[in-house]
Design a protein around this ligand. Structure first.
Ligand code: ADP
Ligand code: MG
Length: 236
């Protein structure tokens, strides 16, 4: 199945539907149980919860990076848990923009090529001249305009994080998932980056799922989900 076309059903207002999810890692005692969770198309959701409560785990499940032991995760019309690894990888690259908690920048690529990476990885995306222009515009908006030729090792933490955000936005994803994208930024920059993320998401009619520890930012979201509630539920 082609992830480009199959996932899009503009008729449906539910984008992500989780039911009866039960997840454990191969090692350790951590368990995430989510009886039901729905996210509507275009919603802006913040995930909060104590460290180790499963925020990263949950967004990796939604992105198809991890698969649960039981339960269903639907994205649009597609049951993610029934797709092949290859399908889920293509789905992730073409439909989801993901800002990883550890950024996952490639050290041997320049800032420009790190931003364009989804286009190098996925044959379904065509690297047209407009895309290169968008990369430059995003970099400029993130105050990285003069750093396109640098390598990640010559950037500050905050700059690396902003490169990761540009990369997540470059392919105009349907869903932007960000794992503490303002975690290494000072309060003023954090607000500015969130405003930019919200603007880009709204402009594209996309959905924003963002993990944050920054309670000062929560009023910018339509819904706040506390993962600690699920983790506690799983131990009872
Ligand atoms: P959070 O993002 O809320 O801080 P995580 O989702 O990263 O939490 O982790 C939830 C729990 O799962 C933690 O107890 C963590 O140690 C454990 N965990 C995370 N990744 C793995 C892994 N690959 N193998 C085993 N346990 C893991
Ligand atoms: Mg985390």
């Amino acid at each position: 199945m082609n992830p480009q076309s199959s996932i899009l059903n503009p008729q449906s207002s539910i984008l992500i539907e989780i039911k009866g999810l039960d997840f454990r890692y191969g090692q350790g005692t951590f368990r995430l149980v989510i009886p039901e969770l729905c996210i509507a198309r275009g919603e802006k959701v913040a995930f909060i919860g104590p460290s180790g409560s499963g925020k990263t785990t949950l967004i990796h499940l939604i992105a198809g990076i991890l698969t649960p032991h039981a339960g269903s995760i639907r994205a649009g019309d597609v049951e993610l848990t029934q797709q092949s690894d290859r399908w889920r990888r293509n789905y992730r690259i073409s439909r989801i923009g993901f800002v990883f908690q550890e950024f996952e920048l490639l050290e041997y690529l320049t800032v420009r090529d790190n931003i364009l990476l989804p286009y190098y990885l996925n044959g379904l995306l065509r690297l047209a001249p407009e895309v290169r222009k968008t990369a430059e515009e995003l970099a400029a908006a993130m105050n990285l305009g003069d750093k396109l030729k640098r390598h990640p090792k010559n950037l500050s933490q905050g700059e690396r994080q902003r490169v990761a955000i540009c990369r997540a936005l470059i392919a105009s994803p349907e869903v932007l998932i960000a794992d503490e994208p303002t975690g290494n930024l000072d309060p003023e920059t954090a607000r500015a980056i969130l405003a930019l993320l919200l603007g880009e998401v709204e402009r594209r009619g996309a959905t924003l799922l963002m993990v944050t520890h920054n309670y000062a930012l929560l009023d910018a979201f339509e819904r706040v989900i506390d993962i600690g509630d699920f983790a506690r539920g799983s131990r009872s």
